[in-house]
Design a protein around this ligand. Structure first.
Ligand code: ADP
Ligand code: MG
Length: 259
């Protein structure tokens, strides 16, 4: 199983939208996919049609009470896509785990269970670099960073990359960065165009060729409880996420790793 964390400590940059739609695209290509919601806000869970009242076991149980992942996942209406949902109690997990020696490794250990049966899992992180994101980065093989094309984008990115280095040194020497996806690109806005050019000249290959446009269908889909890829598979946002998923697959060291 390939484990991909989707992280950026800034809120509202497109992490959850990316997690939901890339997960859906991967599932559509036939990969058994697990979406892990690690944000107490639970937007990824809602976005794949699992309302708060439908969630029983959750990522909180896995992290805090060490319940096996297999006992906490739910299927979704999307064929090939399962969900480990988040519940609001996850917001207390960082405090509850503060004295646990293995607090950074809880998710890593949980995902090493041999019988999970997924080809890939995507971990949607909360907007901070706290213990939940640390668990995701420690558990992951690689990191996908959604980056909004705006003025302070690069500053936030350097902080994230410093965190990645620390995680590599202390917790997970094998953590890679599969790429940075530019999100909410608006070609009519000079600033986003400029930021996109700057970021590409600065970070080169690390940036995915696919850029995600600002697209209203992407923001409408969650209120219908379906990924944009299903809500309107032909819209510009959906097509961009399909292209991003294809690019992601070509960047993975092995096309498909047996579960
Ligand atoms: P994060 O998880 O980083 O906080 P979200 O994915 O939840 O970010 O996105 C923040 C808001 O912006 C949401 O309301 C979402 O629907 C919307 N959004 C995300 N990506 C796009 C896009 N490319 N175009 C338009 N709206 C978007
Ligand atoms: Mg989010």
């Amino acid at each position: 199983m390939i484990r991909i964390a989707i992280a950026n400590q800034k809120g509202g940059v497109g992490k959850t939208t990316t997690a939901i739609n890339v997960a859906t695209a991967l599932a559509a290509t036939g990969w058994k996919t697990l979406l892990i919601d690690l944000d107490p806000q639970g937007n990824a869970s809602t976005g794949v049609g699992v309302s708060a009242s439908a969630r029983e076991a959750s990522s909180y149980d896995v992290l805090v009470d060490r319940v096996p992942v297999s006992q906490c996942v739910m299927s979704t209406r999307i064929p090939g896509l399962d969900l480990l949902p988040a519940t609001v109690d996850l917001s207390g997990a960082e405090v509850e785990l503060v004295n646990a020696d293995d607090r950074a490794h809880r998710l890593q250990r949980a995902l090493r269970a041999p019988d999970l049966g997924y080809d890939v899992c995507l971990i949607d992180c909360p907007p901070s670099l706290g213990l939940l994101t640390l668990n995701a980065l420690t558990a992951a093989d690689t990191l996908l960073v959604p980056l909004q094309c705006e003025f302070f984008a690069l500053e936030g990115l350097s902080q994230l990359l410093t965190t990645v280095e620390r995680v590599q040194q202390r917790f997970n020497p094998d953590l890679g960065i599969i790429g940075i996806a530019l999100t909410m690109f608006d070609r009519r806005n000079r600033l986003t165009e400029q930021v996109s050019e700057d970021v590409r000249s600065c970070l080169g290959q690390l940036i995915f060729e696919t850029t995600i446009p600002r697209n209203v269908r992407l923001s409408e889909a969650p209120s219908h409880g379906v990924p944009a890829l299903i809500y309107d598979h032909a819209c510009a946002g959906s097509r961009a996420y399909m292209a991003l998923a294809r690019e992601l697959i070509t960047r993975l060291p092995e096309k498909r790793i047996a579960a």
